[in-house]
Design a protein around this ligand. Sequence first.
Ligand code: ZN
Length: 114
Amino acid sequence: MSTRLEATPVAAAHLSTEERARLHRLLLDEHVAQRTRAVELQDPLDLEPDLAEVLLVRCHEALEEIEAAFKLFDEGTYGLCGSCGAAIHYDRLEAVPAARHCLACQSGRDRSLR
Ligand SMILES: [Zn+2]
């Protein structure tokens, strides 16, 4: 099929409706947890201010990743690798619901960051 090469978003057909609903739920829970944490970190009671700031930055990064994942849900491309387009295995998504890359691409990216 030559149309497969065109850049239209393809729904991640490897995920069942139930799996997608579960992952969406995990993302929502994580979003709430990170937002709660961000509020706590703005007025940390038992942390060094420098450490709290680092944690707060990470918290905002996590929130951005989660929001990006929600966008992929809207586009119907959630669960597909953003680099190579491969289906990301459900087990990986369950462990890291905001994952945007398959393991092969992710490990390549991690290496290139070092
Ligand atoms: Zn990939």
